[in-house]
Write a new protein. Structure first.
Ligand SMILES: C[S@@+](CC[C@H](N)C(=O)[O-])C[C@H]1O[C@@H](n2cnc3c(N)ncnc32)[C@H](O)[C@@H]1O
Length: 294
């Protein structure tokens, strides 16, 4: 997602963009993120960080669905796996500030549809589930004229029982369930412009909350080994959405305990987040994350 460039606009126009969360305040400098990308088990690494020191966590753990990582074994027994999830999630709960945000991306497998829900139940003593967001990877929409338009990356499965899986979950956890979000930072224009004047909460702006579906296709790549050398990534834009929804100007320190090849780190860099901490146990993935942030 691009950071908007503001040409010689009036101060009023800039102020109104700022109030919509579209840009970082002029005092913030983009591209100056201080990174701590560490080759360490995240539970051990997080234990060394001070309590209530993190504003925002955006992460995606291994799903235990048999993904072939180069180091990590993604086939633990379900009970042991959920217990492990609670261990790292408890560290996140300790580190998160009272008004912090925690975006947890998980997917399911057709034969294992309960996994995301079991995980949420496992974490219910630690966090309040404030929003459930659906990351839509591909979609087909019928236009008014009857034309069917398909967008995104479609990964077919060969089955007579299961539908192709085109989405994953992003669970938005907070400590209290009362954290205020910058909903309009991801806002979209009204389809029916008469709503702008009709509803006073618009303040005259052509912008409404996008809702809880994020259509984020994977970028088209030519070579997986060279351009996306990891079996289970999320797009940079997914993490960027988390930063913008929490409020770019409210994020001083962001954490991703399962860094992979660093898509959350790139998002932090693009948004000008001052400090980013990431843990990854696989040296190859970590090296790629470091290479990508330059
Ligand atoms: C789903 S992937 C995350 C991918 C990342 N979101 C990206 O876009 O590149 C999970 C990652 O967690 C790493 N991992 C597994 N166990 C870990 C642990 N205990 N501490 C830190 N990293 C771990 C795996 O090596 C894998 O790269």
């Amino acid at each position: 997602m691009r950071v908007p460039v503001i040409p010689s606009q009036s101060k009023g126009a800039l102020q109104s963009l700022l109030s919509l969360g579209e840009v970082r305040p002029p005092s913030a400098s983009l591209g100056t993120t201080a990174f701590d990308l560490l080759h360490e088990d995240c539970v051990r690494g997080m234990a060394k960080l001070p309590a209530a020191s993190i504003d925002l966590v955006v992460t995606s753990p291994p799903y235990n669905l048999g993904i072939r990582y180069s180091e990590f074994s993604d086939r633990a027994d379900r009970t042991g796996y959920l217990r492990w999830c609670k261990t790292w999630a408890a560290e996140i709960a300790r580190l998160l500030k009272p008004d912090g945000s925690f975006f947890l991306n998980v997917g399911a497998a057709p034969a294992n549809p309960m996994f995301p829900h079991e995980l949420v139940l496992e974490l219910r003593d630690l966090f309040v589930l404030q929003n459930t967001i659906h990351w839509i990877k591909s979609i087909s929409i019928e236009e008014q004229d009857g034309e069917i338009v398909s967008r995104g990356h479609f990964k077919p499965i060969n089955s007579h029982r299961f539908l192709n899986d085109c989405h994953e979950y992003i669970f938005y956890f907070t400590k209290t369930g009362r954290v205020e979000l910058n909903r309009l930072a991801l806002g979209v224009p009204y389809q029916d412009k008469t709503n702008i004047a009709r509803w006073s909460h618009t303040g005259g702006h052509d912008r409404r909350c996008r809702g809880n579906t994020w259509f984020i296709p994977y970028e088209t790549i030519q070579s997986r080994d060279k351009e996306r050398p990891h079996p289970a990534t999320f797009p940079v834009e997914l993490a960027e959405n988390g930063i913008r929804l929490h409020g770019v100007e409210k994020v001083t320190t962001m954490l991703d305990p399962f860094l992979g090849i660093g898509n959350s780190a790139i998002a932090a860099q693009r948004c000008g987040v001052p400090r980013f901490i990431g843990f990854e146990i696989d040296e190859t993935y970590l090296a790629e994350a470091k290479r990508r942030i330059g």
